[in-house]
Write a protein that binds this ligand. Structure first.
Ligand code: PEP
Length: 263
């Protein structure tokens, strides 16, 4: 059975005060849940701006949540160290307590990251012992021109060619149609499921276990109102949540929506 993952990408939002209040809200909401714990079948992951990563971990620890919520970086450099001013190595993220990292988010691809760079970063994340979330997805014009599937499959193939099926299997994939990110336009559950099925079949073509075991998240304007239906789709194993993850209570409401959907 694949585990459900609900992850929050804070993008470039937050402050120390925001972090402290967020962790306090998570702790308060948790006390109202059955058994005073987050559902065990769901992994919760937060991707704060890297400047706050250590502070997020400290606040989670203070609230007794450090074993319930994992954290990750939003990006990494492909090298382990070097003269790359402003960049962060996967090894550094790992060193300060991160266990996950986003790779190839569309907001970084739009800033010039190529498939080759994304593949190198995915490999770097594995080398550092982090779990990479490979973000893939087509733009509106790629969908309108009938190329959505070929774009998404190309994005996966580039990474598979670099790290092999075994390497790919040590990460997670987030299908995030670019036209749905931060726009309020969510893919319908049927559209999202159809693409997830295509992805899973392609993964099965690389290695049967990969098709069965790799977690596939959906991302793009997920909210409490649409999460349950999306997460109930057979090939959707949770979500990567942007805007709606900036409110702790809303983020947990989305996670709760997944409770009955663990496949
Ligand atoms: C994201 O940033 O990965 C994302 C899906 O954003 P939003 O939920 O705001 O569309």
């Amino acid at each position: 059975m694949r585990r459900l993952i609900v992850a929050g990408n804070w993008k470039m939002f937050g402050s120390k005060r925001f972090v402290a209040e967020y962790a306090a809200t998570l702790a308060r909401v948790r006390t109202s849940l059955p058994g005073k714990r987050f559902p065990e079948a769901i992994s919760l992951v937060l991707f704060p701006p890297v400047a706050y990563l250590g502070y997020v971990l400290r606040q989670l620890d203070e609230q007794g949540l450090v074993d319930s919520v994992e954290v990750g970086g939003q990006d990494l450099h492909a090298a382990a160290e070097g003269a790359y001013t402003g960049s962060i190595a996967g090894e550094m993220l790992k060193d300060i307590g991160a266990t996950w990292v986003l790779v190839g988010h569309s907001e970084r691809r739009q800033a010039g990251e190529t498939d080759e760079m994304v593949a190198e970063k995915f490999a770097a994340a594995l080398r550092a012992g982090l779990k990479p979330v490979l973000c893939i997805g087509e733009t509106e014009s790629e969908r309108d021109s009938g190329n959505a599937e070929s774009v998404v499959l190309r994005q996966i193939e580039q990474v598979a060619a670099r790290v092999g099926a075994e390497g790919l299997g040590r990460g997670v994939i987030a299908y995030e149609p670019v036209w749905a990110i931060g726009t309020g336009k969510t893919a319908t559950p049927a559209l999202a499921q159809a693409m997830h099925r295509v992805i899973r079949q392609a993964l099965a073509g690389l290695a049967p276990d990969l098709g069965r075991d790799l977690a596939l998240l959906y991302g793009g304007s997920v909210k409490p109102a649409n999460a349950a239906e999306l997460f109930a789709q057979p090939d959707i194993d949770g979500g990567l949540i942007g805007g709606a993850s900036l409110e702790a209570a809303q983020f947990l409401e989305i996670a709760q929506a997944g409770r009955s959907a663990a496949h």
